[in-house]
Design a protein around this ligand. Sequence first.
Ligand code: PLP
Length: 318
Amino acid sequence: MSDGLPALSERHVDPAAYPPGVAFMDGQYLPMREARVSVLDYGFLHSDATYDVAHVWGGAFFRLDAHLDRFFRNIGKLHMTIPYARDEVAEILHNCVALSGLRESYVEFICTRGTSPTFSRDPREAVNRFIAFAIPFGSVANPEQMERGLRVAVSEVVRISPVSVDATVKNYHWLDLVSGLYDAYARGAETAVLLDANGNIAEGPGFNVFAVKDGAITTPDYGVLLGITRQTIFDICAGCGIACAAGVLSRDALAGADEVFITSTAGGVMPVAEVDGRAIGDGAAGPITRRIKDSYWALHDAPAHRSVVAYPEERHDV
Ligand code: PLP
């Protein structure tokens, strides 16, 4: 196969085969394979939903408060309501992880527009739905890519304009990002970075982009999700005196950077080795990227950022 994947006929997946994990929906905790939504849910039909993803590392959530802040801000922006207060959502997320037993977990929580009993077209008549789940930790970059750096292509697909869809509301409008991935694969790259309508770098499928030049770091400020990992990079840089600012990052500045890395809750700080077939720096993770990556993982031990999960075998109150 030209795409390096097995033939389609060999790719049949048992529809009941899901990652292990625990979901919460409609007031119940369920094994992951049993968590299903109605096809009439507007989250599915119209991508009318917002979500957030936090991770658990070493048995503790990292910056859960920041994820909850973003989630509640975004459901407010979309005129959605859920029947759970912030501390109840935190408890549900903790329970999903505790019941799953996962010490390293990818924890997603979603609010969909939901369904309307009359299939009304008026979004105000829909009953919004809250869903959460904890599955094994996943990363944008696999271990080999983490080691040698990702090969990235700048896609010709333009990122959906923030004038149309508020990029700060974490959303499932991913057709541009997915088209960008196919564009990248066709050019021999492993992932894509999309441009904004002005031709500057925006973001990629599930990550923010950072470029290092002469010791100073720039990340795009327009048309991007305000990543929690991105904010953590600002905090780390402020703490150790590295200049790091959000601003315009041109395509040429990305290609000519000394170091490039991408960031996501799904993977943390991930080095980029190549942009459009040209090596960045000497083609391996540079010193600033390595330093920031180490600081990022060290910060997971900071009590202020940890929210420790009480796994059933460690609880004495049940
Ligand atoms: N940009 C997009 C489009 C994303 O989907 C994500 C995360 O999934 C990010 C950036 C990174 O955000 P965070 O650091 O909060 O995971």
